[in-house]
Design a protein around this ligand. Structure first.
Ligand SMILES: [Fe+2]
Ligand SMILES: [Fe+2]
Length: 291
C-alpha cells in the first residue's frame, strides 16, 4: 500500500496588498539588525531565484504529457511570478535604505547565468526541486511556531505568510517534473540538496555581512553581531538548525513532498482569506494559530 498523500491545491492569486509602501521599520524583526538582515539578504535574491526556478521547470514543458502536471506547472509559474513581483517591491524599500540592490543582484545574475544555467537542464531541475523543498520547509518551520515571527512587523509577517502558504501548495511541482519527466535519479537528487544547503548557508553568511556593512556597522561590530547571531541561527533550536530534520527527509529514497502533512495553520490562512479577502488579516490569523 502506498503512503497517504497530503496534497494541497495550487491557487493562483494576484494583487495582494501588504502595505509594503507603509512605514515599516528598517529593522522590522524586533528592531534587531542582524536578524532582519538575515531575512532581507535571502529575500533580496528571491526575484532572480524564482525566475531561475520557473525557467528550470519550464525547460521540460514540452515533454510533459500529463495534463494535470501541466496545469500545476502553469499555476506554479504564476505563483512564483507573483512572489517575484512582491519581493521586487520590497527590494525598492531596501534601495531607499541605501542598499545597492541592483549592484548586488547583478552579481547574483552573473552567478546564475554564467555558472548554474550552463549546467545540464537535469541539474537545474534537480537543484530547483531541492531549493523548493528548502523553501517549503522554511515556510513550515517559520510559521508552525510563534517564536520566529513573534517580533516581526505585521505587514512583513503577512507577506512572508502568503509566500509561505503558496510554497506549501506548490512544493511538489518541481519534484514531480524532476522525477516523472526529467528522470533524475537518487544520486543527483541527493547531491543537489547538498549543493543547495551549502549555497544557501554561504549566501546567508556573506549577504548578511554585506548588508550590515552597507548599514554602517564596523567590522568589529559585525563580528560581535555574528557571534551572538550564530546561536540564533545554528544553536540548539536555532532558525536553521530546526530545518535540519525536515531537510533530511529529502534524502529518504522513497521521499515525496506530499508524504508530509501541511502545517495546521495553513487552513486558517485559507479560511480567513476567503472570508475577509485580506492577505494582512489572513497572515495575522495564521500567526495567531501558531503554537
Ligand atoms: Fe516563491
Ligand atoms: Fe516555490
Amino acid at each position: 500500500m502506498g503512503k497517504t498523500l497530503h496534497r494541497e491545491e495550487i491557487v493562483p492569486r494576484s494583487n495582494l496588498d501588504f502595505d509594503l509602501k507603509g512605514d515599516i521599520p528598517k529593522y522590522w524583526l524586533g528592531g534587531d539588525a542582524f536578524k532582519t538582515r538575515v531575512f532581507d539578504g535571502v529575500q533580496m535574491s528571491f526575484p532572480d531565484g524564482e525566475r531561475y526556478f520557473i525557467e528550470s521547470v519550464r525547460a521540460y514543458k514540452d515533454q510533459i504529457k500529463d495534463p494535470e502536471l501541466l496545469k500545476q506547472v502553469k499555476d506554479f509559474t504564476w505563483q512564483e511570478g507573483q512572489h517575484g513581483k512582491v519581493h521586487t517591491e520590497y527590494n525598492e524599500r531596501m534601495k531607499e535604505q541605501g542598499v545597492p540592490v541592483d549592484r548586488f543582484l547583478s552579481v547574483v545574475k552573473k552567478v546564475l547565468n554564467r555558472r548554474i544555467k550552463k549546467l545540464p537542464k537535469k541539474y537545474n531541475i534537480a537543484m530547483t526541486s531541492a531549493l523548493e523543498h528548502f523553501t517549503a520547509m522554511m515556510a513550515e518551520t517559520f510559521f508552525a511556531k510563534k517564536d520566529v515571527m513573534a517580533q516581526a512587523d505585521p505587514r512583513m509577517r503577512a507577506m512572508l505568510a502568503w509566500h509561505a502558504i503558496e510554497e506549501m501548495e506548490h512544493k511538489a511541482v518541481a519534484f514531480d517534473v524532476m522525477q516523472k519527466v526529467a528522470g533524475v535519479g537518487y544520486a543527483l537528487r541527493a547531491w543537489t540538496m547538498c549543493h543547495a544547503i551549502f549555497a544557501f548557508t554561504m549566501h546567508t553568511m556573506l549577504v548578511t555581512w554585506y548588508l550590515l556593512k552597507v548599514d554602517g556597522f564596523t567590522g568589529w561590530q559585525r563580528l560581535q553581531m555574528y557571534t551572538k547571531g550564530m546561536a540564533w541561527l545554528f544553536g540548539p533550536g536555532g532558525l536553521y538548525t530546526s530545518l535540519i530534520p525536515s531537510l533530511l527527509t529529502y534524502f529518504k529514497p522513497g521521499f515525496h513532498p506530499w508524504h508530509t502533512k501541511t502545517i495546521h495553520s495553513y487552513g486558517v490562512w485559507l479560511e480567513t482569506f476567503e472570508q475577509s479577502g485580506s492577505a494582512l488579516e489572513a497572515g495575522e490569523a495564521m500567526y495567531a494559530a501558531a503554537y
